[in-house]
Design a protein around this ligand. Structure first.
Ligand code: ADP
Length: 192
């Protein structure tokens, strides 16, 4: 059979987006631990899947356990953690995949590094804005209790700062919105 693709070029993003009939984008969820990033990401992914859209969720569990398993929580390692996450995200986005990144990413510096690597046009910052008191009350993984006892140092919200994003594309106040309402707001923003 005749080869319809030139053998010297890898296929371009455009070819993949055409195949999938969707546009690649990074949805960068930022917010305190327990704010609802993963919960909303999982619900969003299900909703997009129903619409026939291909997604990938990246979070601490699949990243820290794998590609970043050799990194700790020093300043240099936190930056390397985000750099690798952003590079991986970029590969997914360039494959046309809607990539949902769930990372506390507490500082402007860290988020702007991710944005710079992924590219401004492909990066939507989504602020999961849940008050610290509520995250601490939820304490899904028991981490706040540990941080309060001093067993985890530099824990965001307790012993390390969280810088709220200045101009997020979407801001979700989960103490006022259901998970379904948050998902709806993101889908409206994506216009899909
Ligand atoms: P994160 O990924 O930000 O650390 P998780 O999604 O793991 O947070 O945990 C958030 C917790 O808050 C979950 O147990 C979830 O069920 C609960 N929760 C309660 N109300 C909401 C809401 N409106 N939106 C998102 N999460 C909520």
């Amino acid at each position: 059979m005749e080869n319809i693709f030139p053998t010297t070029h890898i296929l371009q993003r455009h070819d993949k987006e055409k195949l999938l009939d969707q546009k690649g984008v990074a949805l960068w969820f930022t917010g305190l631990s327990g704010s609802g990033k993963t919960t909303i990401a999982v619900a969003l992914e299900k909703e997009l899947h129903k619409k026939g859209l291909l997604t990938q969720v990246l979070d601490g569990d699949n990243i820290r356990a794998g590609i970043n398993s050799n990194l700790g929580f020093s300043e240099a390692d936190r930056i390397e953690n985000i750099r690798r996450i952003a590079e991986v995200t970029k590969l997914f986005v360039n494959t046309g995949i809607i990539t949902i990144c769930c990372f506390v990413s507490p500082t402007e510096q860290i988020r702007s590094l991710a944005k710079k690597i992924i590219g401004e046009d492909d990066f939507l910052e989504i602020f999961i804005n849940t008050p610290l008191e509520i995250c601490e009350k939820r304490d899904v993984k028991g981490l706040y209790a540990k941080a309060r006892r001093g067993e985890i140092k530099d824990f965001t919200g307790i012993s390390a700062p969280f810088e709220a994003p200045v101009r997020p594309e979407v801001e979700l106040r989960t103490n006022e919105l259901s998970v379904a309402q948050s998902v709806k707001q993101i889908i409206e923003k994506l216009k899909i």
